[in-house]
Ligand binder design. Sequence first.
Ligand code: NAD
Length: 417
Amino acid sequence: MADSFRRKMTAYEEVNWQYNKAAELLGIPEQHKAIMRNCYRELKVQITLHRDDGRLEELYGFRVQHNGARGPYKGGIRYHPSVDMDEVRALASLMTWKTAVVNIPYGGAKGGVNCDPRSMSEKELQDLTRTFTRKIDMALGPYRDIPAPDVNTNAKVMTWLMDEYSRKHGYTPAIVTGKPVSLGGSRGRESATGLGVFFITRHACKDNGIPLSGAKVVIQGFGNVGSWAASYLHEAGAKVIAVGDADGGVRNDKGLDVRALIVWARDKRTVNGFPGGDSMPKDKIFSVPCDILIPAALNGVITETNVNEINARMVVEGANNPINPHADHILAEKKIPVIPDILANAGGVTVSYFEWTQNLQQFYWEEKEIQLKLEAVMDRAYAETSDMARKRQVNLRTAAFMVAIQRVYDAVLLRGI
Ligand code: NAD
Protein backbone atom coordinates (compact mmCIF):
# COMPACT_ATOMS: atom_id res chain seq x y z
CA MET A 1 0.00 0.00 0.00
CA ALA A 2 2.80 2.45 0.93
CA ASP A 3 4.12 2.15 -2.64
CA SER A 4 1.11 4.06 -4.00
CA PHE A 5 2.05 6.97 -1.75
CA ARG A 6 5.69 7.41 -2.76
CA ARG A 7 4.95 10.29 -5.11
CA LYS A 8 3.25 13.39 -3.76
CA MET A 9 -0.20 13.62 -5.31
CA THR A 10 -1.98 16.78 -6.38
CA ALA A 11 -5.34 17.57 -4.76
CA TYR A 12 -7.21 16.27 -7.82
CA GLU A 13 -5.14 13.06 -7.84
CA GLU A 14 -5.96 12.60 -4.15
CA VAL A 15 -9.70 12.79 -4.78
CA ASN A 16 -9.35 10.48 -7.78
CA TRP A 17 -7.39 8.01 -5.68
CA GLN A 18 -10.36 7.72 -3.31
CA TYR A 19 -12.77 7.63 -6.27
CA ASN A 20 -10.86 4.84 -8.06
CA LYS A 21 -10.81 2.67 -4.96
CA ALA A 22 -14.60 2.90 -4.53
CA ALA A 23 -15.43 2.64 -8.25
CA GLU A 24 -13.33 -0.54 -8.47
CA LEU A 25 -15.22 -2.10 -5.56
CA LEU A 26 -18.48 -1.31 -7.37
CA GLY A 27 -17.16 -3.02 -10.49
CA ILE A 28 -17.74 -0.01 -12.78
CA PRO A 29 -16.31 -0.74 -16.27
CA GLU A 30 -13.02 1.07 -16.97
CA GLN A 31 -14.31 3.47 -19.66
CA HIS A 32 -17.32 4.50 -17.63
CA LYS A 33 -15.09 4.92 -14.60
CA ALA A 34 -12.95 7.42 -16.53
CA ILE A 35 -15.94 9.38 -17.80
CA MET A 36 -17.24 9.88 -14.28
CA ARG A 37 -13.76 10.65 -12.92
CA ASN A 38 -12.98 13.43 -15.40
CA CYS A 39 -14.39 16.97 -15.51
CA TYR A 40 -17.04 17.96 -18.06
CA ARG A 41 -16.17 21.65 -18.54
CA GLU A 42 -13.30 23.84 -17.32
CA LEU A 43 -13.07 27.62 -17.59
CA LYS A 44 -9.99 29.69 -16.82
CA VAL A 45 -10.37 33.45 -17.20
CA GLN A 46 -8.00 36.37 -16.89
CA ILE A 47 -9.10 39.11 -14.52
CA THR A 48 -7.45 42.52 -14.45
CA LEU A 49 -8.12 44.30 -11.20
CA HIS A 50 -7.53 48.02 -10.69
CA ARG A 51 -6.28 48.27 -7.11
CA ASP A 52 -7.19 51.30 -4.99
CA ASP A 53 -3.56 52.48 -5.05
CA GLY A 54 -3.51 52.63 -8.85
CA ARG A 55 -1.72 49.31 -9.45
CA LEU A 56 -3.08 46.94 -12.07
CA GLU A 57 -3.15 43.34 -10.85
CA GLU A 58 -3.48 40.30 -13.08
CA LEU A 59 -5.47 37.47 -11.51
CA TYR A 60 -7.02 34.22 -12.73
CA GLY A 61 -10.50 32.89 -12.09
CA PHE A 62 -11.64 29.29 -12.50
CA ARG A 63 -14.96 27.48 -12.81
CA VAL A 64 -14.98 23.73 -13.24
CA GLN A 65 -18.14 21.68 -13.87
CA HIS A 66 -17.35 18.11 -12.99
CA ASN A 67 -20.46 16.00 -13.59
CA GLY A 68 -24.04 17.11 -14.25
CA ALA A 69 -25.82 13.79 -14.66
CA ARG A 70 -28.00 14.26 -11.56
CA GLY A 71 -28.88 17.95 -11.98
CA PRO A 72 -27.47 21.47 -12.42
CA TYR A 73 -23.84 21.98 -11.40
CA LYS A 74 -23.45 23.24 -7.84
CA GLY A 75 -20.44 24.39 -5.88
CA GLY A 76 -18.79 27.21 -4.01
CA ILE A 77 -16.48 30.02 -5.04
CA ARG A 78 -13.23 30.42 -3.17
CA TYR A 79 -10.98 33.48 -2.94
CA HIS A 80 -7.47 32.43 -1.89
CA PRO A 81 -3.91 32.92 -3.23
CA SER A 82 -3.45 29.13 -3.59
CA VAL A 83 -6.46 28.61 -5.90
CA ASP A 84 -5.46 26.89 -9.15
CA MET A 85 -7.05 24.61 -11.74
CA ASP A 86 -5.98 21.40 -9.99
CA GLU A 87 -7.48 22.43 -6.65
CA VAL A 88 -10.72 23.59 -8.30
CA ARG A 89 -11.01 20.29 -10.21
CA ALA A 90 -10.55 18.36 -6.96
CA LEU A 91 -13.19 20.39 -5.16
CA ALA A 92 -15.62 20.19 -8.12
CA SER A 93 -15.30 16.41 -8.15
CA LEU A 94 -15.95 16.26 -4.40
CA MET A 95 -19.14 18.27 -5.00
CA THR A 96 -20.42 15.64 -7.44
CA TRP A 97 -19.96 12.93 -4.82
CA LYS A 98 -21.24 15.10 -1.96
CA THR A 99 -24.54 16.03 -3.63
CA ALA A 100 -24.99 12.35 -4.49
CA VAL A 101 -24.29 11.09 -0.94
CA VAL A 102 -27.03 13.32 0.45
CA ASN A 103 -29.16 12.56 -2.61
CA ILE A 104 -30.01 16.10 -3.67
CA PRO A 105 -30.60 16.75 -7.39
CA TYR A 106 -27.35 18.47 -8.32
CA GLY A 107 -24.08 17.81 -10.11
CA GLY A 108 -20.71 19.05 -8.90
CA ALA A 109 -18.80 22.26 -9.65
CA LYS A 110 -16.36 24.62 -7.98
CA GLY A 111 -14.81 27.99 -8.71
CA GLY A 112 -12.30 30.42 -7.36
CA VAL A 113 -9.93 33.30 -7.92
CA ASN A 114 -6.25 33.26 -6.91
CA CYS A 115 -6.51 36.58 -5.04
CA ASP A 116 -5.59 37.49 -1.48
CA PRO A 117 -8.84 38.94 -0.10
CA ARG A 118 -7.17 39.89 3.17
CA SER A 119 -5.20 42.55 1.32
CA MET A 120 -8.23 43.87 -0.60
CA SER A 121 -10.70 46.65 0.13
CA GLU A 122 -14.46 46.06 -0.14
CA LYS A 123 -14.54 48.00 -3.40
CA GLU A 124 -11.77 45.83 -4.86
CA LEU A 125 -13.61 42.66 -3.77
CA GLN A 126 -16.81 43.88 -5.38
CA ASP A 127 -15.03 44.82 -8.65
CA LEU A 128 -13.34 41.42 -8.70
CA THR A 129 -16.60 39.56 -8.09
CA ARG A 130 -18.49 41.46 -10.79
CA THR A 131 -15.70 40.98 -13.36
CA PHE A 132 -15.38 37.26 -12.54
CA THR A 133 -19.18 36.85 -12.84
CA ARG A 134 -19.24 38.51 -16.28
CA LYS A 135 -16.41 36.31 -17.48
CA ILE A 136 -18.01 33.02 -16.46
CA ASP A 137 -21.59 34.15 -17.17
CA MET A 138 -21.97 31.86 -20.18
CA ALA A 139 -21.49 28.76 -18.01
CA LEU A 140 -23.89 29.85 -15.23
CA GLY A 141 -27.67 29.69 -14.96
CA PRO A 142 -30.32 28.74 -12.38
CA TYR A 143 -30.77 25.39 -14.18
CA ARG A 144 -27.15 25.13 -15.36
CA ASP A 145 -24.66 26.09 -12.64
CA ILE A 146 -25.39 27.70 -9.27
CA PRO A 147 -22.44 29.04 -7.23
CA ALA A 148 -22.32 29.41 -3.42
CA PRO A 149 -19.91 30.74 -0.76
CA ASP A 150 -16.69 28.96 0.17
CA VAL A 151 -13.41 30.05 1.80
CA ASN A 152 -13.24 33.87 2.01
CA THR A 153 -16.54 34.45 0.23
CA ASN A 154 -19.83 35.20 1.99
CA ALA A 155 -23.39 36.49 1.59
CA LYS A 156 -22.13 39.88 0.43
CA VAL A 157 -20.03 38.35 -2.35
CA MET A 158 -23.00 36.20 -3.40
CA THR A 159 -25.18 39.33 -3.59
CA TRP A 160 -22.72 41.05 -5.96
CA LEU A 161 -22.68 37.88 -8.09
CA MET A 162 -26.49 37.73 -8.22
CA ASP A 163 -26.75 41.44 -9.00
CA GLU A 164 -24.21 41.24 -11.83
CA TYR A 165 -25.88 38.18 -13.35
CA SER A 166 -29.34 39.80 -12.98
CA ARG A 167 -28.19 42.97 -14.84
CA LYS A 168 -27.91 40.85 -17.98
CA HIS A 169 -30.56 38.19 -17.45
CA GLY A 170 -33.22 39.90 -15.30
CA TYR A 171 -33.81 39.32 -11.59
CA THR A 172 -32.55 35.80 -10.91
CA PRO A 173 -32.19 35.01 -7.19
CA ALA A 174 -31.81 31.28 -7.97
CA ILE A 175 -28.48 31.91 -9.74
CA VAL A 176 -26.64 31.72 -6.43
CA THR A 177 -27.16 30.40 -2.90
CA GLY A 178 -25.84 31.72 0.39
CA LYS A 179 -27.47 35.13 -0.19
CA PRO A 180 -28.61 37.37 2.67
CA VAL A 181 -32.10 36.39 3.89
CA SER A 182 -33.36 39.88 2.94
CA LEU A 183 -32.45 39.15 -0.70
CA GLY A 184 -33.89 35.67 -1.11
CA GLY A 185 -31.41 33.78 1.01
CA SER A 186 -32.64 30.89 3.12
CA ARG A 187 -33.02 31.02 6.84
CA GLY A 188 -30.50 28.64 8.33
CA ARG A 189 -28.08 28.65 5.36
CA GLU A 190 -25.25 30.41 7.18
CA SER A 191 -25.17 27.88 10.00
CA ALA A 192 -26.07 24.85 7.84
CA THR A 193 -22.63 23.34 7.26
CA GLY A 194 -21.74 23.57 10.96
CA LEU A 195 -25.14 22.15 11.94
CA GLY A 196 -24.67 19.29 9.48
CA VAL A 197 -21.22 18.61 10.96
CA PHE A 198 -22.92 18.46 14.35
CA PHE A 199 -25.66 16.02 13.23
CA ILE A 200 -23.09 13.68 11.67
CA THR A 201 -20.70 13.95 14.64
CA ARG A 202 -23.56 12.97 16.96
CA HIS A 203 -24.16 9.76 14.98
CA ALA A 204 -20.44 8.99 14.71
CA CYS A 205 -19.94 9.50 18.46
CA LYS A 206 -22.70 6.97 19.17
CA ASP A 207 -21.21 4.43 16.74
CA ASN A 208 -17.72 4.86 18.18
CA GLY A 209 -18.66 4.84 21.87
CA ILE A 210 -17.74 8.49 22.53
CA PRO A 211 -20.24 10.28 24.80
CA LEU A 212 -20.86 13.67 23.16
CA SER A 213 -21.55 15.34 26.48
CA GLY A 214 -18.14 16.22 27.90
CA ALA A 215 -16.28 15.16 24.73
CA LYS A 216 -13.13 17.21 24.14
CA VAL A 217 -13.19 18.90 20.75
CA VAL A 218 -10.34 20.57 18.83
CA ILE A 219 -11.07 22.63 15.72
CA GLN A 220 -8.79 23.99 13.01
CA GLY A 221 -10.47 26.95 11.28
CA PHE A 222 -12.96 29.27 12.95
CA GLY A 223 -14.76 30.72 9.96
CA ASN A 224 -18.24 29.74 8.85
CA VAL A 225 -17.89 25.97 9.31
CA GLY A 226 -15.62 25.87 12.38
CA SER A 227 -17.47 28.48 14.42
CA TRP A 228 -20.96 27.05 13.81
CA ALA A 229 -19.81 23.48 14.44
CA ALA A 230 -18.21 24.70 17.70
CA SER A 231 -21.40 26.45 18.67
CA TYR A 232 -23.70 23.43 18.19
CA LEU A 233 -21.25 21.00 19.81
CA HIS A 234 -20.86 23.34 22.79
CA GLU A 235 -24.66 23.61 23.13
CA ALA A 236 -24.85 19.79 23.17
CA GLY A 237 -22.44 19.66 26.11
CA ALA A 238 -19.13 18.98 24.35
CA LYS A 239 -16.04 20.93 25.48
CA VAL A 240 -14.25 22.87 22.74
CA ILE A 241 -10.74 22.93 24.21
CA ALA A 242 -8.63 24.37 21.37
CA VAL A 243 -9.18 26.35 18.19
CA GLY A 244 -6.65 27.46 15.60
CA ASP A 245 -6.92 29.70 12.56
CA ALA A 246 -4.67 31.36 9.98
CA ASP A 247 -3.20 33.73 12.60
CA GLY A 248 -2.79 31.60 15.72
CA GLY A 249 -4.53 29.41 18.24
CA VAL A 250 -6.07 29.36 21.69
CA ARG A 251 -6.39 26.51 24.19
CA ASN A 252 -8.25 26.01 27.44
CA ASP A 253 -8.48 22.44 28.73
CA LYS A 254 -11.49 23.34 30.88
CA GLY A 255 -13.38 24.33 27.72
CA LEU A 256 -13.40 27.62 25.81
CA ASP A 257 -16.32 30.01 26.16
CA VAL A 258 -17.48 29.47 22.57
CA ARG A 259 -19.95 32.36 22.50
CA ALA A 260 -17.33 34.83 23.70
CA LEU A 261 -14.80 33.40 21.24
CA ILE A 262 -17.26 33.91 18.34
CA VAL A 263 -17.74 37.56 19.33
CA TRP A 264 -13.95 38.00 19.63
CA ALA A 265 -13.26 36.37 16.28
CA ARG A 266 -15.96 38.40 14.54
CA ASP A 267 -14.47 41.58 15.92
CA LYS A 268 -10.74 40.83 15.47
CA ARG A 269 -11.07 38.50 12.44
CA THR A 270 -8.98 35.90 14.31
CA VAL A 271 -9.10 33.76 17.46
CA ASN A 272 -5.56 34.88 18.21
CA GLY A 273 -5.23 36.82 21.47
CA PHE A 274 -8.57 35.59 22.91
CA PRO A 275 -8.22 36.19 26.65
CA GLY A 276 -10.27 33.10 27.68
CA GLY A 277 -7.40 30.66 27.08
CA ASP A 278 -3.68 30.28 26.47
CA SER A 279 -2.23 31.28 23.11
CA MET A 280 -0.74 28.46 21.10
CA PRO A 281 1.01 28.24 17.72
CA LYS A 282 -1.43 27.46 14.91
CA ASP A 283 0.68 24.54 13.66
CA LYS A 284 0.39 22.72 17.02
CA ILE A 285 -3.39 22.42 16.84
CA PHE A 286 -3.41 18.80 15.63
CA SER A 287 -1.28 17.59 18.55
CA VAL A 288 -3.73 18.71 21.26
CA PRO A 289 -5.15 15.50 22.84
CA CYS A 290 -8.91 15.30 22.30
CA ASP A 291 -11.85 13.01 21.52
CA ILE A 292 -12.96 14.74 18.32
CA LEU A 293 -10.66 16.61 15.93
CA ILE A 294 -12.39 18.78 13.30
CA PRO A 295 -10.24 20.22 10.51
CA ALA A 296 -12.43 23.08 9.20
CA ALA A 297 -9.95 25.29 7.31
CA LEU A 298 -8.20 24.31 4.10
CA ASN A 299 -7.51 21.17 2.09
CA GLY A 300 -4.28 19.18 2.34
CA VAL A 301 -3.52 20.08 5.96
CA ILE A 302 -3.09 16.53 7.34
CA THR A 303 -0.37 14.61 5.55
CA GLU A 304 2.08 11.78 6.27
CA THR A 305 4.42 14.37 7.85
CA ASN A 306 2.06 15.50 10.64
CA VAL A 307 -0.55 12.73 10.92
CA ASN A 308 1.34 11.03 13.75
CA GLU A 309 0.93 14.15 15.89
CA ILE A 310 -2.81 13.54 15.98
CA ASN A 311 -3.98 12.47 19.40
CA ALA A 312 -7.71 12.14 18.81
CA ARG A 313 -10.27 9.31 19.02
CA MET A 314 -12.07 10.43 15.87
CA VAL A 315 -11.59 12.95 13.04
CA VAL A 316 -14.57 14.71 11.43
CA GLU A 317 -13.79 16.49 8.16
CA GLY A 318 -15.45 19.91 8.26
CA ALA A 319 -13.13 21.11 5.49
CA ASN A 320 -12.99 19.62 2.00
CA ASN A 321 -10.16 17.16 1.39
CA PRO A 322 -8.14 18.05 4.53
CA ILE A 323 -6.44 14.62 4.77
CA ASN A 324 -4.29 13.21 1.98
CA PRO A 325 -4.65 9.48 1.10
CA HIS A 326 -1.35 8.55 2.77
CA ALA A 327 -2.38 10.16 6.07
CA ASP A 328 -5.86 8.65 5.67
CA HIS A 329 -4.26 5.21 5.39
CA ILE A 330 -2.14 5.80 8.52
CA LEU A 331 -5.23 6.88 10.49
CA ALA A 332 -7.03 3.73 9.34
CA GLU A 333 -4.10 1.59 10.50
CA LYS A 334 -4.25 3.32 13.88
CA LYS A 335 -8.01 2.60 13.98
CA ILE A 336 -8.86 6.30 14.27
CA PRO A 337 -12.19 6.66 12.44
CA VAL A 338 -12.44 9.46 9.90
CA ILE A 339 -15.85 10.87 9.02
CA PRO A 340 -15.40 11.98 5.41
CA ASP A 341 -15.99 15.48 4.04
CA ILE A 342 -18.54 14.45 1.42
CA LEU A 343 -20.79 13.26 4.24
CA ALA A 344 -19.78 15.43 7.22
CA ASN A 345 -19.88 18.86 5.58
CA ALA A 346 -22.79 18.26 3.18
CA GLY A 347 -25.19 20.31 5.31
CA GLY A 348 -24.21 23.51 3.50
CA VAL A 349 -25.08 22.31 0.03
CA THR A 350 -28.24 20.69 1.37
CA VAL A 351 -29.59 23.99 2.69
CA SER A 352 -28.33 25.64 -0.52
CA TYR A 353 -30.66 23.22 -2.28
CA PHE A 354 -33.49 24.36 0.01
CA GLU A 355 -32.61 28.00 -0.79
CA TRP A 356 -32.68 27.34 -4.54
CA THR A 357 -36.02 25.52 -4.19
CA GLN A 358 -37.48 28.46 -2.25
CA ASN A 359 -36.18 30.93 -4.87
CA LEU A 360 -37.75 28.96 -7.71
CA GLN A 361 -41.09 28.75 -5.86
CA GLN A 362 -40.83 32.28 -4.41
CA PHE A 363 -42.16 30.75 -1.22
CA TYR A 364 -40.08 30.87 1.95
CA TRP A 365 -39.83 28.44 4.85
CA GLU A 366 -39.24 28.95 8.56
CA GLU A 367 -35.83 28.17 10.10
CA LYS A 368 -37.18 25.33 12.27
CA GLU A 369 -38.61 23.62 9.18
CA ILE A 370 -35.27 23.96 7.39
CA GLN A 371 -33.32 22.53 10.32
CA LEU A 372 -35.70 19.56 10.61
CA LYS A 373 -35.45 18.86 6.87
CA LEU A 374 -31.64 19.15 7.07
CA GLU A 375 -31.55 16.75 10.00
CA ALA A 376 -33.64 14.22 8.05
CA VAL A 377 -31.29 14.43 5.02
CA MET A 378 -28.13 14.10 7.14
CA ASP A 379 -29.58 11.23 9.22
CA ARG A 380 -30.51 9.30 6.09
CA ALA A 381 -27.14 9.93 4.44
CA TYR A 382 -25.30 8.75 7.55
CA ALA A 383 -27.49 5.62 7.81
CA GLU A 384 -27.02 4.74 4.12
CA THR A 385 -23.27 5.31 4.30
CA SER A 386 -22.74 3.29 7.48
CA ASP A 387 -24.95 0.56 6.07
CA MET A 388 -22.73 0.37 2.97
CA ALA A 389 -19.63 0.35 5.22
CA ARG A 390 -20.99 -2.60 7.21
CA LYS A 391 -22.16 -4.58 4.18
CA ARG A 392 -18.98 -4.11 2.14
CA GLN A 393 -16.57 -4.07 5.10
CA VAL A 394 -15.02 -0.73 4.09
CA ASN A 395 -14.40 2.50 5.96
CA LEU A 396 -16.89 5.38 5.91
CA ARG A 397 -15.00 7.33 3.22
CA THR A 398 -14.99 4.46 0.76
CA ALA A 399 -18.61 3.70 1.66
CA ALA A 400 -19.68 7.32 1.05
CA PHE A 401 -17.91 7.31 -2.33
CA MET A 402 -19.60 3.98 -3.19
CA VAL A 403 -23.08 5.28 -2.36
CA ALA A 404 -22.40 8.43 -4.39
CA ILE A 405 -20.77 6.79 -7.41
CA GLN A 406 -23.59 4.27 -7.72
CA ARG A 407 -26.16 7.10 -7.81
CA VAL A 408 -24.22 9.10 -10.41
CA TYR A 409 -23.61 5.96 -12.47
CA ASP A 410 -27.31 5.09 -12.46
CA ALA A 411 -28.12 8.63 -13.68
CA VAL A 412 -25.40 8.51 -16.36
CA LEU A 413 -26.72 5.19 -17.67
CA LEU A 414 -30.35 6.31 -17.60
CA ARG A 415 -29.57 9.56 -19.46
CA GLY A 416 -27.29 7.83 -21.98
CA ILE A 417 -23.55 8.37 -22.26
P1 NAD B 1 -13.99 30.64 6.04
O1 NAD B 1 -13.27 31.50 5.10
O2 NAD B 1 -15.25 31.15 6.67
O3 NAD B 1 -13.01 30.19 7.24
C1 NAD B 1 -11.78 29.59 7.01
C2 NAD B 1 -11.04 29.47 8.33
O4 NAD B 1 -9.82 28.76 8.11
C3 NAD B 1 -10.65 30.81 8.96
O5 NAD B 1 -10.81 30.75 10.37
C4 NAD B 1 -9.17 30.93 8.60
O6 NAD B 1 -8.44 31.75 9.50
C5 NAD B 1 -8.75 29.47 8.70
N1 NAD B 1 -7.49 29.19 8.01
C6 NAD B 1 -7.11 29.60 6.78
N2 NAD B 1 -5.84 29.23 6.53
C7 NAD B 1 -5.43 28.56 7.63
C8 NAD B 1 -4.20 27.95 7.99
N3 NAD B 1 -3.17 27.93 7.17
N4 NAD B 1 -4.11 27.35 9.23
C9 NAD B 1 -5.16 27.37 10.08
N5 NAD B 1 -6.33 27.95 9.77
C10 NAD B 1 -6.47 28.54 8.58
O7 NAD B 1 -14.26 29.27 5.27
P2 NAD B 1 -15.41 28.20 5.53
O8 NAD B 1 -16.56 28.53 4.65
O9 NAD B 1 -15.60 28.00 6.99
O10 NAD B 1 -14.74 26.89 4.88
C11 NAD B 1 -13.81 26.09 5.61
C12 NAD B 1 -13.67 24.74 4.93
O11 NAD B 1 -14.95 24.10 4.88
C13 NAD B 1 -13.19 24.77 3.48
O12 NAD B 1 -12.45 23.62 3.23
C14 NAD B 1 -14.48 24.74 2.68
O13 NAD B 1 -14.28 24.24 1.38
C15 NAD B 1 -15.28 23.79 3.54
N6 NAD B 1 -16.72 23.88 3.37
C16 NAD B 1 -17.39 25.05 3.52
C17 NAD B 1 -18.77 25.09 3.38
C18 NAD B 1 -19.56 26.33 3.63
O14 NAD B 1 -20.80 26.25 3.58
N7 NAD B 1 -18.96 27.48 3.93
C19 NAD B 1 -19.46 23.92 3.03
C20 NAD B 1 -18.75 22.72 2.89
C21 NAD B 1 -17.39 22.73 3.06
